[in-house]
Design a protein around this ligand. Sequence first.
Ligand code: GLU
Length: 277
Amino acid sequence: MKLRRTSAVAIAAVAALGLAACGDDGGGNGGGAAAGGEKVKVGIKFDQPGLGLKTGATYSGFDVDVANFIAEELDLEVEFVEAVSSQRETLLKTGQVKYIVGTYSITDKRMADVSFAGPYFIAGQDLLIRADDTSITGTESLAGKKLCSVKGSTSAVNVQKEVPGVNLQEYNTYSLCVDALKSGAVDALTTDDTILAGYAAQDANKGKLKVVGNTFSTENYGVGVQKGDTEFCNQVVTALQKFIDDGKWEESVQKWLGPANYTPGEGNPPTPTCQSA
Ligand code: GLU
C-alpha cells in the first residue's frame, strides 16, 4: 500500500512539473522502494545493552532486531534516533519518528496520545542494587533507601504506588541511574528486569551490580505508532507475528538476553494486536 502511494505521489509530482510521466518511471520508483524503501525515522533506546544500544555507528539488541525486521517486512529504510522514555509520545505525536521500539510499555494513559502494535514481549519491574548489598530484597525493604528511575517511565509511577513516599530520583536515562548506583549516590535502580539484566551483565558492572529477582509489575512491550494509524499499526502487527512464528523472536532473545542469563517469563512470546484508545 505504502509503495503504491509513494509511486502515485512521485507520478503526480512529475505531472505537476509538466514533464511526461511515463509508466516506466512509476515502475522504477516502485522497484527503488522495494530495494531501499521509504526513508523513515525510528525511535529506539541508545543506552540499554541487549535491547537498544548504540556503539559508534552500530545499533544492537532485541528491540533493534524487532525494529529492523518490521522495516524489512514493510520495505522501509530506517534511520535510528534516540527515544528517551519521557520523549516517546512527543516524538510520535509530532511525526518526528514513524515508530518506536524502545522497551515501551502499553498503557491506557499512553494510548491517549499513541497507538501500540503489541505486546511483542512481556517483562516485569525489578530492582538493581550493588552486589555487596544484603539489605534490599524487594520493594518491602526500600524504606530509607535512595532510589533511581527515569522520567516518563512506568517504572517511576509503579514504584511510587508500590512504596508510597519512597525517596525517588528521576533521571533522563537508565545509564545515568547506573552511574549513580555505582558511585553510591543512590541505593537502587528500578525498571524492567530486561534492562537491569543487561546492565548487570556488562563487563564494567560484572560482580559490582546484581538484579534482586523479585518482580512487581507486568510490562507489555508494544511498538509505538501514531495514534489512529490503524493501517500501519496492523502492518506492524503482521510483521511482529511473523517475527515470532518464523523463530526469529526466540533467536533474538537468545542472542541478546541469553548472555545476561535472562529467561523470558510466563506469557512469552505473546500475541500482538493493534491497541488503540
Ligand atoms: N517499560 C517501561 C516504560 O515503558 C520502563 C522502561 C522504559 O522506560 O523504557 O516506561
